[in-house]
Design a protein around this ligand. Structure first.
Ligand code: NDP
Ligand code: PYC
Length: 339
Protein backbone atom coordinates (compact mmCIF):
# COMPACT_ATOMS: atom_id res chain seq x y z
CA UNK A 1 0.00 0.00 0.00
CA UNK A 2 1.21 3.54 -0.75
CA UNK A 3 2.48 5.17 2.48
CA UNK A 4 0.75 8.35 1.38
CA UNK A 5 -2.59 6.54 1.58
CA UNK A 6 -4.55 4.79 4.32
CA UNK A 7 -6.95 1.91 3.78
CA UNK A 8 -10.38 2.33 5.36
CA UNK A 9 -13.34 -0.02 5.43
CA UNK A 10 -16.50 1.54 3.99
CA UNK A 11 -18.05 1.50 7.46
CA UNK A 12 -15.12 3.64 8.68
CA UNK A 13 -15.66 6.08 5.80
CA UNK A 14 -19.34 6.31 6.76
CA UNK A 15 -18.52 6.86 10.46
CA UNK A 16 -15.99 9.57 9.60
CA UNK A 17 -18.45 11.35 7.31
CA UNK A 18 -21.25 11.19 9.91
CA UNK A 19 -18.92 12.40 12.67
CA UNK A 20 -17.80 15.44 10.67
CA UNK A 21 -21.25 16.35 9.35
CA UNK A 22 -22.90 16.14 12.77
CA UNK A 23 -19.93 17.99 14.35
CA UNK A 24 -20.83 20.90 12.07
CA UNK A 25 -24.46 20.71 13.18
CA UNK A 26 -26.07 19.01 10.20
CA UNK A 27 -29.31 17.31 11.28
CA UNK A 28 -29.39 13.52 11.46
CA UNK A 29 -31.51 12.92 8.35
CA UNK A 30 -29.34 15.09 6.11
CA UNK A 31 -26.11 13.84 7.65
CA UNK A 32 -27.09 10.24 6.87
CA UNK A 33 -28.17 10.99 3.29
CA UNK A 34 -25.10 13.13 2.55
CA UNK A 35 -22.71 10.62 4.16
CA UNK A 36 -24.22 7.83 2.04
CA UNK A 37 -23.47 9.67 -1.22
CA UNK A 38 -19.87 10.25 -0.08
CA UNK A 39 -19.47 6.59 0.83
CA UNK A 40 -20.88 5.64 -2.58
CA UNK A 41 -18.40 8.02 -4.27
CA UNK A 42 -15.40 6.48 -2.46
CA UNK A 43 -16.73 2.94 -2.95
CA UNK A 44 -17.10 3.44 -6.71
CA UNK A 45 -13.79 5.27 -7.19
CA UNK A 46 -15.42 8.67 -7.82
CA UNK A 47 -13.13 10.54 -5.47
CA UNK A 48 -14.02 14.04 -6.69
CA UNK A 49 -17.40 13.43 -5.02
CA UNK A 50 -16.27 11.23 -2.14
CA UNK A 51 -15.14 12.31 1.32
CA UNK A 52 -13.07 15.14 -0.12
CA UNK A 53 -16.50 16.81 -0.13
CA UNK A 54 -16.47 16.85 3.69
CA UNK A 55 -14.12 19.84 3.41
CA UNK A 56 -16.63 21.50 1.09
CA UNK A 57 -19.65 20.64 3.28
CA UNK A 58 -17.93 21.88 6.44
CA UNK A 59 -17.19 25.19 4.73
CA UNK A 60 -20.70 25.46 3.24
CA UNK A 61 -22.37 24.78 6.60
CA UNK A 62 -19.99 27.14 8.44
CA UNK A 63 -20.88 29.88 5.96
CA UNK A 64 -24.55 29.46 6.92
CA UNK A 65 -25.49 28.30 3.41
CA UNK A 66 -27.33 25.13 4.46
CA UNK A 67 -30.50 24.89 6.53
CA UNK A 68 -29.24 22.16 8.83
CA UNK A 69 -32.66 21.03 10.04
CA UNK A 70 -34.48 21.37 6.70
CA UNK A 71 -37.52 19.17 6.15
CA UNK A 72 -38.42 18.95 2.46
CA UNK A 73 -41.97 19.72 1.43
CA UNK A 74 -43.73 17.73 -1.31
CA UNK A 75 -46.04 19.44 -3.82
CA UNK A 76 -47.98 16.92 -5.89
CA UNK A 77 -48.72 19.33 -8.75
CA UNK A 78 -49.97 17.12 -11.63
CA UNK A 79 -50.49 13.44 -12.48
CA UNK A 80 -46.96 13.18 -13.89
CA UNK A 81 -45.21 16.00 -12.01
CA UNK A 82 -43.98 16.33 -8.47
CA UNK A 83 -42.06 19.18 -6.96
CA UNK A 84 -40.09 18.91 -3.72
CA UNK A 85 -39.11 22.12 -1.97
CA UNK A 86 -35.79 21.28 -0.33
CA UNK A 87 -36.22 24.18 2.13
CA UNK A 88 -32.54 25.06 1.92
CA UNK A 89 -31.18 21.65 2.85
CA UNK A 90 -29.03 19.28 0.81
CA UNK A 91 -30.57 17.96 -2.42
CA UNK A 92 -30.14 14.35 -1.26
CA UNK A 93 -33.13 14.58 1.09
CA UNK A 94 -35.25 16.27 -1.58
CA UNK A 95 -34.58 13.32 -3.87
CA UNK A 96 -35.18 10.86 -1.02
CA UNK A 97 -38.59 12.44 -0.41
CA UNK A 98 -39.58 12.68 -4.09
CA UNK A 99 -38.25 9.34 -5.34
CA UNK A 100 -41.18 7.04 -4.37
CA UNK A 101 -43.70 9.52 -5.73
CA UNK A 102 -41.74 9.87 -9.00
CA UNK A 103 -41.63 6.09 -9.40
CA UNK A 104 -45.34 5.74 -8.72
CA UNK A 105 -46.21 8.50 -11.20
CA UNK A 106 -43.89 7.11 -13.90
CA UNK A 107 -45.46 3.68 -13.52
CA UNK A 108 -48.97 5.11 -13.74
CA UNK A 109 -48.40 7.69 -16.51
CA UNK A 110 -45.48 6.12 -18.43
CA UNK A 111 -43.35 9.21 -17.86
CA UNK A 112 -42.98 11.57 -14.90
CA UNK A 113 -40.70 14.34 -13.69
CA UNK A 114 -39.46 15.41 -10.28
CA UNK A 115 -38.18 18.92 -9.59
CA UNK A 116 -36.09 19.29 -6.45
CA UNK A 117 -35.99 23.02 -5.64
CA UNK A 118 -34.24 25.29 -3.13
CA UNK A 119 -31.47 22.84 -2.36
CA UNK A 120 -27.73 22.81 -1.85
CA UNK A 121 -26.06 20.51 -4.39
CA UNK A 122 -22.53 19.12 -4.29
CA UNK A 123 -23.10 15.53 -5.33
CA UNK A 124 -22.70 13.22 -8.30
CA UNK A 125 -25.96 12.36 -10.07
CA UNK A 126 -25.34 8.70 -10.86
CA UNK A 127 -26.66 7.38 -7.50
CA UNK A 128 -30.07 8.80 -8.39
CA UNK A 129 -30.36 7.50 -11.97
CA UNK A 130 -28.86 4.18 -10.94
CA UNK A 131 -31.45 3.61 -8.24
CA UNK A 132 -34.31 4.57 -10.61
CA UNK A 133 -32.96 2.23 -13.29
CA UNK A 134 -32.79 -0.43 -10.56
CA UNK A 135 -36.56 0.10 -10.23
CA UNK A 136 -36.97 -0.66 -13.93
CA UNK A 137 -37.15 2.95 -15.17
CA UNK A 138 -35.15 4.88 -17.76
CA UNK A 139 -33.90 7.95 -15.91
CA UNK A 140 -32.32 11.33 -16.65
CA UNK A 141 -30.99 13.89 -14.16
CA UNK A 142 -29.71 17.44 -14.63
CA UNK A 143 -28.54 20.23 -12.33
CA UNK A 144 -26.80 23.59 -12.81
CA UNK A 145 -24.04 24.62 -10.37
CA UNK A 146 -22.11 27.92 -10.07
CA UNK A 147 -21.08 29.99 -13.13
CA UNK A 148 -17.55 28.67 -13.59
CA UNK A 149 -17.54 27.60 -17.26
CA UNK A 150 -17.07 29.76 -20.37
CA UNK A 151 -19.28 29.15 -23.43
CA UNK A 152 -17.50 27.81 -26.54
CA UNK A 153 -15.95 30.83 -28.23
CA UNK A 154 -16.06 32.94 -25.06
CA UNK A 155 -13.64 33.54 -22.19
CA UNK A 156 -15.87 34.41 -19.20
CA UNK A 157 -17.78 31.98 -16.98
CA UNK A 158 -21.52 31.76 -17.52
CA UNK A 159 -22.43 28.08 -17.21
CA UNK A 160 -22.11 25.74 -14.30
CA UNK A 161 -20.32 22.42 -14.65
CA UNK A 162 -23.88 21.18 -15.29
CA UNK A 163 -23.88 17.37 -15.18
CA UNK A 164 -26.15 15.12 -17.21
CA UNK A 165 -26.85 11.58 -16.01
CA UNK A 166 -28.69 8.73 -17.70
CA UNK A 167 -29.73 5.31 -16.43
CA UNK A 168 -31.12 2.33 -18.37
CA UNK A 169 -32.44 -0.84 -16.69
CA UNK A 170 -30.78 -4.12 -17.73
CA UNK A 171 -32.22 -7.51 -16.91
CA UNK A 172 -29.85 -9.39 -14.58
CA UNK A 173 -27.09 -6.75 -14.88
CA UNK A 174 -26.14 -3.49 -13.25
CA UNK A 175 -27.97 -0.65 -15.05
CA UNK A 176 -26.26 1.13 -17.94
CA UNK A 177 -25.40 4.52 -16.42
CA UNK A 178 -23.41 7.51 -17.49
CA UNK A 179 -22.97 10.73 -15.57
CA UNK A 180 -20.67 13.54 -16.59
CA UNK A 181 -20.20 17.26 -16.30
CA UNK A 182 -20.74 19.28 -19.47
CA UNK A 183 -17.47 21.01 -18.61
CA UNK A 184 -14.36 19.13 -19.83
CA UNK A 185 -14.13 17.73 -16.31
CA UNK A 186 -15.87 18.27 -12.97
CA UNK A 187 -14.56 21.21 -10.95
CA UNK A 188 -13.86 18.76 -8.11
CA UNK A 189 -11.29 17.04 -10.35
CA UNK A 190 -9.45 20.33 -10.91
CA UNK A 191 -9.59 21.00 -7.15
CA UNK A 192 -7.99 17.60 -6.54
CA UNK A 193 -5.21 18.46 -9.04
CA UNK A 194 -4.62 21.76 -7.24
CA UNK A 195 -4.44 20.03 -3.85
CA UNK A 196 -1.89 17.56 -5.22
CA UNK A 197 0.12 20.26 -7.05
CA UNK A 198 -0.47 18.50 -10.38
CA UNK A 199 -0.86 20.29 -13.74
CA UNK A 200 -4.13 19.92 -15.64
CA UNK A 201 -4.30 19.03 -19.35
CA UNK A 202 -4.78 21.85 -21.85
CA UNK A 203 -8.45 22.10 -22.73
CA UNK A 204 -9.76 22.05 -19.16
CA UNK A 205 -9.53 25.76 -18.42
CA UNK A 206 -8.47 29.33 -19.17
CA UNK A 207 -6.58 31.64 -16.83
CA UNK A 208 -8.19 34.90 -15.65
CA UNK A 209 -6.79 36.62 -18.77
CA UNK A 210 -8.65 34.12 -20.98
CA UNK A 211 -5.50 32.22 -22.02
CA UNK A 212 -5.27 28.40 -22.05
CA UNK A 213 -3.60 27.11 -18.89
CA UNK A 214 -2.28 23.91 -17.34
CA UNK A 215 -2.27 25.48 -13.85
CA UNK A 216 -5.21 24.15 -11.81
CA UNK A 217 -5.34 27.24 -9.56
CA UNK A 218 -5.36 29.58 -12.56
CA UNK A 219 -8.18 27.63 -14.22
CA UNK A 220 -10.20 27.74 -10.99
CA UNK A 221 -9.64 31.50 -10.80
CA UNK A 222 -10.37 31.98 -14.53
CA UNK A 223 -12.85 29.83 -16.42
CA UNK A 224 -13.36 26.16 -17.06
CA UNK A 225 -14.10 24.94 -20.60
CA UNK A 226 -16.96 22.81 -21.90
CA UNK A 227 -16.31 19.32 -23.31
CA UNK A 228 -16.65 18.93 -27.08
CA UNK A 229 -16.55 22.66 -27.85
CA UNK A 230 -19.90 24.00 -29.07
CA UNK A 231 -21.64 20.67 -28.38
CA UNK A 232 -20.88 20.65 -24.67
CA UNK A 233 -21.65 24.37 -24.61
CA UNK A 234 -25.16 23.79 -26.00
CA UNK A 235 -25.78 20.93 -23.56
CA UNK A 236 -24.61 23.14 -20.68
CA UNK A 237 -27.11 25.80 -21.82
CA UNK A 238 -29.85 23.14 -21.96
CA UNK A 239 -29.12 22.11 -18.36
CA UNK A 240 -29.28 25.77 -17.26
CA UNK A 241 -32.71 26.09 -18.92
CA UNK A 242 -34.41 22.85 -17.90
CA UNK A 243 -33.06 22.66 -14.35
CA UNK A 244 -33.24 26.44 -13.81
CA UNK A 245 -36.05 28.58 -15.26
CA UNK A 246 -38.20 25.59 -16.36
CA UNK A 247 -38.55 24.44 -12.76
CA UNK A 248 -38.59 27.97 -11.29
CA UNK A 249 -35.10 27.78 -9.90
CA UNK A 250 -31.70 29.47 -10.16
CA UNK A 251 -29.28 29.46 -13.08
CA UNK A 252 -25.60 28.93 -12.30
CA UNK A 253 -25.05 32.69 -12.57
CA UNK A 254 -27.90 33.27 -10.08
CA UNK A 255 -26.40 30.64 -7.77
CA UNK A 256 -22.97 32.27 -7.83
CA UNK A 257 -24.53 35.70 -7.20
CA UNK A 258 -26.51 34.27 -4.24
CA UNK A 259 -23.27 32.77 -2.92
CA UNK A 260 -21.95 36.31 -2.58
CA UNK A 261 -18.28 35.29 -2.36
CA UNK A 262 -18.79 32.62 0.31
CA UNK A 263 -17.40 29.86 -1.99
CA UNK A 264 -20.07 27.49 -0.73
CA UNK A 265 -21.70 24.68 -2.75
CA UNK A 266 -24.16 25.63 -5.49
CA UNK A 267 -27.78 26.34 -4.59
CA UNK A 268 -30.80 25.73 -6.80
CA UNK A 269 -32.72 22.96 -8.49
CA UNK A 270 -32.43 19.55 -10.06
CA UNK A 271 -34.70 17.99 -12.69
CA UNK A 272 -35.15 14.22 -12.76
CA UNK A 273 -37.19 12.52 -15.48
CA UNK A 274 -38.27 8.87 -15.32
CA UNK A 275 -39.79 6.77 -18.12
CA UNK A 276 -41.39 3.38 -17.62
CA UNK A 277 -40.60 1.19 -20.67
CA UNK A 278 -43.98 -0.49 -20.18
CA UNK A 279 -45.64 2.87 -20.96
CA UNK A 280 -44.76 2.56 -24.65
CA UNK A 281 -44.39 -1.19 -24.83
CA UNK A 282 -46.87 -2.79 -22.42
CA UNK A 283 -46.27 -6.51 -22.11
CA UNK A 284 -43.61 -6.33 -24.88
CA UNK A 285 -41.28 -4.28 -22.61
CA UNK A 286 -39.19 -7.28 -21.54
CA UNK A 287 -38.69 -8.37 -25.15
CA UNK A 288 -37.46 -4.92 -26.20
CA UNK A 289 -35.21 -4.48 -23.15
CA UNK A 290 -33.64 -7.83 -24.06
CA UNK A 291 -33.10 -6.50 -27.62
CA UNK A 292 -31.30 -3.46 -26.18
CA UNK A 293 -28.70 -5.84 -24.79
CA UNK A 294 -27.39 -6.36 -28.36
CA UNK A 295 -26.23 -2.75 -28.32
CA UNK A 296 -24.17 -3.30 -25.15
CA UNK A 297 -22.77 -6.56 -26.54
CA UNK A 298 -21.79 -4.70 -29.73
CA UNK A 299 -19.85 -2.15 -27.70
CA UNK A 300 -18.03 -4.53 -25.40
CA UNK A 301 -17.31 -7.05 -28.19
CA UNK A 302 -14.99 -4.42 -29.71
CA UNK A 303 -12.98 -4.15 -26.52
CA UNK A 304 -14.66 -0.83 -25.64
CA UNK A 305 -16.13 -0.50 -22.19
CA UNK A 306 -19.50 0.66 -21.01
CA UNK A 307 -19.73 3.79 -18.88
CA UNK A 308 -19.98 2.75 -15.22
CA UNK A 309 -18.15 -0.53 -15.83
CA UNK A 310 -15.10 0.93 -14.05
CA UNK A 311 -17.37 2.07 -11.23
CA UNK A 312 -19.04 -1.30 -10.79
CA UNK A 313 -15.64 -3.02 -10.76
CA UNK A 314 -14.37 -0.53 -8.17
CA UNK A 315 -17.50 -1.24 -6.12
CA UNK A 316 -16.85 -4.99 -6.07
CA UNK A 317 -13.24 -4.36 -4.98
CA UNK A 318 -14.12 -1.77 -2.32
CA UNK A 319 -16.80 -3.92 -0.75
CA UNK A 320 -14.12 -6.58 -0.18
CA UNK A 321 -10.99 -4.55 0.47
CA UNK A 322 -12.15 -1.11 1.58
CA UNK A 323 -10.77 2.03 -0.05
CA UNK A 324 -7.48 3.93 -0.14
CA UNK A 325 -7.74 7.52 1.05
CA UNK A 326 -4.89 10.03 0.69
CA UNK A 327 -3.30 10.50 4.16
CA UNK A 328 -3.21 14.26 3.64
CA UNK A 329 -6.92 14.37 2.94
CA UNK A 330 -7.57 12.35 6.11
CA UNK A 331 -5.41 14.80 8.08
CA UNK A 332 -7.35 17.74 6.66
CA UNK A 333 -10.65 16.04 7.52
CA UNK A 334 -9.48 15.20 11.07
CA UNK A 335 -8.42 18.84 11.50
CA UNK A 336 -12.02 19.89 10.84
CA UNK A 337 -12.97 18.24 14.12
CA UNK A 338 -10.67 20.63 16.02
CA UNK A 339 -12.62 23.60 14.71
P1 NDP B 1 -15.85 11.92 -16.27
O1 NDP B 1 -15.32 12.80 -17.33
O2 NDP B 1 -14.91 11.11 -15.47
O3 NDP B 1 -16.95 11.02 -16.98
C1 NDP B 1 -17.75 10.25 -16.25
C2 NDP B 1 -18.62 9.32 -17.08
O4 NDP B 1 -17.99 8.84 -18.28
C3 NDP B 1 -18.85 8.11 -16.22
O5 NDP B 1 -20.14 7.62 -16.49
C4 NDP B 1 -17.71 7.20 -16.68
O6 NDP B 1 -17.90 5.84 -16.32
C5 NDP B 1 -17.74 7.42 -18.15
N1 NDP B 1 -16.46 7.09 -18.79
C6 NDP B 1 -15.24 7.59 -18.49
N2 NDP B 1 -14.30 7.04 -19.29
C7 NDP B 1 -14.94 6.16 -20.10
C8 NDP B 1 -14.51 5.27 -21.14
N3 NDP B 1 -13.25 5.18 -21.51
N4 NDP B 1 -15.46 4.51 -21.76
C9 NDP B 1 -16.75 4.60 -21.39
N5 NDP B 1 -17.21 5.42 -20.44
C10 NDP B 1 -16.33 6.20 -19.78
O7 NDP B 1 -16.73 12.70 -15.20
P2 NDP B 1 -16.86 14.25 -14.90
O8 NDP B 1 -15.55 14.74 -14.36
O9 NDP B 1 -17.43 14.95 -16.06
O10 NDP B 1 -17.95 14.22 -13.71
C11 NDP B 1 -17.69 13.52 -12.51
C12 NDP B 1 -18.85 13.63 -11.56
O11 NDP B 1 -19.03 14.96 -11.14
C13 NDP B 1 -20.20 13.19 -12.11
O12 NDP B 1 -20.64 12.12 -11.29
C14 NDP B 1 -21.10 14.39 -11.97
O13 NDP B 1 -22.44 14.13 -11.58
C15 NDP B 1 -20.39 15.18 -10.88
N6 NDP B 1 -20.72 16.60 -10.99
C16 NDP B 1 -21.64 17.14 -10.15
C17 NDP B 1 -22.00 18.47 -10.28
C18 NDP B 1 -23.04 19.10 -9.45
O14 NDP B 1 -23.35 20.26 -9.65
N7 NDP B 1 -23.66 18.44 -8.51
C19 NDP B 1 -21.34 19.33 -11.27
C20 NDP B 1 -20.42 18.63 -12.12
C21 NDP B 1 -20.11 17.32 -11.97
P3 NDP B 1 -17.01 5.26 -15.06
O15 NDP B 1 -17.54 5.97 -13.85
O16 NDP B 1 -17.26 3.80 -15.08
O17 NDP B 1 -15.58 5.62 -15.34
O1 PYC C 1 -17.31 19.05 -9.36
O2 PYC C 1 -18.12 20.54 -10.77
C1 PYC C 1 -18.16 19.91 -9.71
C2 PYC C 1 -19.27 20.16 -8.79
C3 PYC C 1 -20.05 21.26 -8.71
C4 PYC C 1 -20.96 21.04 -7.72
C5 PYC C 1 -20.72 19.81 -7.23
N1 PYC C 1 -19.68 19.28 -7.91
Amino acid sequence: MMASHKRLALAEVRDLALTVLTHFGLGERQAKAVAETMVAGERDGCTSHGIYRLLVCAHTIREGKVVVDAEPEVHDIAPALVRVDGKGGYAQIGFEEGRPILIDKAKRCGIAALAVNNSVHFAALWPEVETLAGDGLVAFAFTPSHAWVAPAGGTAPIFGTNPIAFGWPRPGEHPFVFDFATSAVARGEIELHRREGKPIPLGWGLDPQGQPTTDAGEALAGSMLTFGGHKGSALAAMVELIAGPLIGDLTSADSLAADDGAKASPFGGELIIAIDPAGFLGSAAAEHLARAEHLFEGITAQGARLPSQRRYEARTRSLQEGVLIPARLLDDIQALLDK
